[in-house]
Design a protein around this ligand. Structure first.
Ligand SMILES: Nc1ncnc2c1ncn2[C@@H]1O[C@H](COP(=O)(O)OP(=O)(O)O)[C@@H](O)[C@H]1O
Ligand SMILES: [Mg+2]
Length: 269
């Protein structure tokens, strides 16, 4: 009678995981133990998988919290990136950036290339990896970051705003070059880059080469000073290739071409 009433080892482990507040491991326990019973996992593998389940859950929670705070527009990961579509990218360079030692060295990363080649995707996947490590990130398109600085300045809160944008271990400045920047905007952005210089990493993306940045920022001298600071400790990823978005359009186009009846139905009013 008594043995049936005593909690099983499995129940005791469950209680321990609950006591330690490890819900990820708790949820993974049963399938892992079944795999051990079935001879598919060794004891060491089972422990590894149990801990990994908890770490996954923790990383996921960190990411959710970071997503809310950082204004990341989407979650993109390295695993989702199709390197075969973009042969100009050196995979080793991107893999090595995802080890994130550039963050500790306060180095910057610049993704350059035409629209749709994956600049934002790779910038976000680095941000996601950073957030999963529990480090703070912040995302903004250049025009939005500048608007927020201008509004802060108008409200007499520029220093606080600069502080907020200097604090994260990683700042993403997306879409440099799509919208021209006013001279005041450029000066404010320059202040931000100056603040972050050698104190935190920044990832920038642009569809324009550095030679064009003078035009974008409306001032060659300031653009040169900006580039000088940004490039001092910097990894440059120059992507030359076709737009991934257009690839999808090409698929649709081919489907339509191979089914002329659909084409007619689609095009006739
Ligand atoms: N090589 C790729 N593999 C998978 N998805 C990609 C790839 N390149 C781009 N994409 C996807 O295509 C879309 C456009 O890419 P994005 O990174 O926004 O381009 P860019 O910032 O260079 O204009 C996004 O949804 C992105 O996730
Ligand atoms: Mg982009």
């Amino acid at each position: 009678m008594t043995p049936a009433k005593r909690p099983s080892r499995r129940d005791r482990i469950r209680a321990q995981l609950a006591d330690l507040k490890l819900p990820g491991a708790l949820e993974a326990l049963d399938p892992i133990l079944s795999s051990v019973d079935g001879g598919r996992f060794t004891a060491a593998e089972a422990i590894e998988k149990l801990l990994a389940a908890q770490i996954d859950l923790r990383n996921n929670r960190r990411l959710q919290a970071a997503m809310r705070a950082s204004r990341l527009p989407a979650v993109k990961t390295l695993a989702d990136f199709d390197f075969s579509f973009q042969p100009s990218i050196k995979r080793e360079q991107i893999d090595s950036l995802h080890e994130l030692s550039f963050l500790d060295r306060k180095e910057n990363v610049v993704f350059l290339g035409p629209p749709g080649v994956g600049k934002t995707h790779l910038a976000i996947s680095l941000a996601v990896a950073t957030a999963e490590r529990g480090r703070r990130i912040y995302y903004g398109a250049l025009a939005d970051l500048i608007t927020s600085l201008e509004e802060a300045q108008a409200a007499g809160r520029l220093q606080q705003r600069l502080k907020v944008l200097t604090h994260p271990a990683l700042l993403i400045v997306d879409e440099i070059g799509y919208v021209p920047i006013s001279r005041t905007g450029a000066t404010l952005f320059f202040q931000l880059v100056n603040r972050r210089y050698e104190t935190g990493s920044t990832i920038l993306t642009s569809n324009q080469s550095f030679e064009e940045w003078g035009r974008i920022f409306g001032d060659e001298v300031m653009a040169t000073a900006l580039i000088d600071r940004l490039l001092h400790h910097c990894h440059i990823v120059n992507i030359r290739g076709n737009s991934y978005r257009m690839r999808q359009h090409a698929d649709v186009f081919n489907t339509l071409r191979n089914n002329p009846s659909t084409t007619e139905a689609e095009t006739s009013p």
